[in-house]
Every structure is written in C-alpha cells, then in structure tokens.
Design a protein around this ligand. Structure first.
Ligand code: TYD
Length: 207
C-alpha cells in the first residue's frame, strides 16, 4: 500500500472537524494528493448507518447494536474508500476511526475494549493508521461547551458520566496502544493546534 493513513481522534467538542478542513487547505497548497473523510460515514452506505446511529428517535438502541453499526460503517469505509485511496498512493485523513469505537463503545458504553476491538478487527482487513492525532482537551471544558450548545445528536445528548468515561477510555487506550499516537494540545488557539498537527504530518510524510 503506497499511501498513508492519518486519523484524528478526541472527545466531542475537541475541534477536530475545524482542523481537518485547515489541514486539507495545507495539503492542497503543498500539491499532495489526499482525501478527507469521516466516521461514522464516509460512504453512501456509511452515511445511512450514521443517520440511524445518531437519530435522537432511536433511544431504544442497545449498546451492542450501536457497536456493530459503527463497525459495519467502518468496514464499508475501509473496503470502498480507504483501501482504494491508499492503493492509489493518496494520503487519507479520517475524522475518527477505530479508537473512537474502543473509547465510546468499549469504555463509554462499558462493552469492554477487547470485545469491541474483536468485532472491528473482522472488518478492518488489517488496516491501522500510520498516525493518530489525538486532540487532548479536559472533559470539563468540552462539557461546558456542550451545555452551552442546544440540541445535539443522540451521542452528544449522553450525560456527563458517559463523556467522562469516554475521556478516561481514550487515556487508557493511549497507554495500551501508544504506537503512532501523537497528542495535540487542543486547548490552544486554532493556529497553534493546526501547527502542531502539521508538524506531525510533515514528520510522517517527510515533507
Ligand atoms: P459527529 O457529529 O461526527 O461528532 P464529532 O464532531 O464529535 O466527531 O458524531 C459522531 C459521534 O459518534 C460522536 O459523538 C462520537 C461517536 N462515535 C462513536 O461513539 N463510536 C465510533 O466508532 C465513532 C466513529 C463515533
């Protein structure tokens, strides 16, 4: 596989989505062939699964069903978009990937990291990110931002305890799987967060 696979991870409200757009602008400027994608979603099938998962009407969804749906969307993403792009030598940026399921479903929903990992491994075809940018922000800060924001999807509506568990889950995962993870201080200004991210990307791509 000729391309490189870079994922952005972090709790809700850590600013990944803003930064991934700016990273895209930077890549364009540099003339590097890349794609930006996201999870859940990234493909037509995946976006349909995303709307089922995040729909506020689906309050009866069991945690195992939720985990399987995320894993199904991811498997389609790997099959239809990520592997073909990597084979074409592109740099693939994904807003969230496997670590999100391990933190949100494995720890947040208390299904267990290993169990969630095993259902995901089935659909991943051995694909693992070359670089994971972890956007670190204290959960107290994101929860404050969250309560200021009205509405939100089914996951965002979860209580503070859930989001604290997700944060703790990420911390545990970084210790368990430190390979390729770089911690970005997401409390800094957008410019600083972007610069930190680009520094890590440049190291990987040896620009
Ligand atoms: P999204 O609107 O993309 O949120 P964000 O901008 O924070 O990434 O919604 C995705 C939600 O789904 C988010 O709350 C995280 C959650 N999620 C999981 O619980 N498991 C997963 O595997 C993924 C990819 C996302």
């Amino acid at each position: 596989m000729k391309g490189k696979f870079i994922t952005l991870e972090g709790p809700d409200g850590s600013g990944k989505s803003t930064i991934i757009k700016l990273i895209g602008d930077y890549m364009k400027e540099k003339g590097i062939d890349f794609i930006v994608t996201r999870e859940p979603g990234g493909t037509k099938i995946g976006e349909k699964i995303r709307s089922i998962i995040l729909d506020n009407e689906n309050i009866s969804m069991g945690p195992e069903t939720e985990a399987l749906l995320y894993a199904a969307a991811r498997s389609q993403h790997v099959h239809e978009k990520i592997i073909p792009a990597l084979n074409e030598g592109k740099v693939v940026f994904s807003d969230r990937f496997i670590l999100s399921s391990l933190a949100y479903q494995g720890v947040g929903r208390q299904l267990g990291i290993e169990r969630v990992k095993s259902i995901n491994d089935f659909g991943l075809r051995g694909i693992y990110p070359d670089l994971i940018l972890f956007f670190h922000i204290d959960p107290e800060l994101t929860l404050q931002r969250k309560t200021l924001k009205m509405g939100g999807d089914r996951l965002e509506q979860e209580g503070n305890e859930f989001h604290k568990r997700v944060y703790d889950g990420y911390m545990e995962l970084i210790k368990m799987y430190p390979e390729n993870v770089k911690i970005i201080d997401a409390t800094k200004s957008i410019d600083e967060v972007l610069n930190q991210s680009i520094e890590e990307i440049e190291k990987l791509l040896t620009i």
